[in-house]
Design a protein around this ligand. Sequence first.
Ligand code: ZN
Length: 62
Amino acid sequence: MAVPKRKTSKWRRNQRRAQSFFSRLKSPSLSECPECGERILPHRVCPYCGSYKGREILPETK
Ligand SMILES: [Zn+2]
């Protein structure tokens, strides 16, 4: 069975964990709103025009 030759240092272990954390923080998956074209989070109501799945849900505040 393959066994790691050296113990992973605290620094390297933390770096590995921090990488996945920061990649999620910096570049969350974004999709474009089909109604207004703004970059929005997927599976959420668009905060710009209030639409989701082709229907307007939130009332227009502006
Ligand atoms: Zn929109």
